[in-house]
Design a protein around this ligand. Structure first.
Ligand code: GTB
Length: 217
């Protein structure tokens, strides 16, 4: 039964791998499952055919036979549950790895998203210069709490898991701000994630599409 995901027809990041389909591609590469991609434009995302698979008109989505999923966290959890390799077999270790997935999405990512909003989407607002340092410090507070976890450990809890996949994917979004480099241990952790062959394949696949789009104009 084939797997089909959706991705931007043309990612606004031009192929830096920051759009969330990269997380799904990475998970599928880790578990060595082939997949196809249906590319959608911003306009098509808001049309009934796509809204039928994603109620909020976004990417990524995941289709596998009669199963249709949206929300990256749910998709990666499904992939990790359905195929071996991304979650430990031992019950408690498995629950902890899933906890790290939620921590990445619910505790670490929200201030990072706020920072992106403040830096990019609200860049022209009169209160931007006042707000930006506050938001940046909220990110730093979380990174300061997370850092000790990785001081002497390669991954968050034993072997690499879906929790690390999600945490690295979330932290990656910080790179352009320069804040990640203030935490060398976390920067190294992200680099370890990016060095994984499965990540490299996922990154290359999304880059190839965005490069082709750039050439096509
Ligand atoms: N909670 C959902 C999930 O985790 O799946 C959020 C999905 C989401 O935000 N999707 C974005 C989207 O479809 C793409 S990934 N946006 C279009 C819309 O809402 O109309 C977010 C994203 C977009 C662009 C960059 N970038 O260019 O750097 C990075 C991340």
């Amino acid at each position: 039964m084939g797997i089909i995901i959706t991705a931007f027809e043309r990612s606004p990041d031009g192929g830096k791998g920051l759009a969330r389909d990269t997380r799904v591609r990475w998970a599928l590469e880790e578990v060595e499952q082939p997949y196809k991609v249906r590319f959608v434009s911003f306009q098509a995302m808001k049309e009934p055919a796509h809204l039928a698979v994603h109620p909020f008109g976004q990417i990524p989505t995941y289709e596998e036979g009669e199963l249709t999923l949206f929300e990256t966290g749910a998709i990666v959890l499904h992939i990790a549950t359905r195929f071996g390799g991304l979650l430990p077999d031992v019950e408690h270790a498995r629950a902890r790895a899933i906890t790290w997935m939620f921590a990445a999405l619910n505790t670490i990512e929200p201030p990072i998203l706020d920072l992106t909003t403040a830096r990019i989407h609200e860049g022209d607002k009169p209160w931007r210069d006042e707000r930006l340092p506050l938001v940046a410090d909220r990110v730093r507070a979380r990174l300061t709490q997370l850092s000790p976890r990785l001081a002497d450990a390669e991954w968050l809890d034993g072997a690499f898991s879906a929790g690390d996949l999600m945490m690295v994917s979330v932290l990656l979004r910080l790179r352009a701000s320069g804040i990640l480099d203030e935490y060398p241990g976390l920067a190294d952790y992200v680099a370890r994630g990016e060095a994984r062959p499965a990540y490299q394949r996922a990154f290359a696949a999304q880059l190839a599409v965005n490069r082709a789009q750039a050439v096509a104009g």
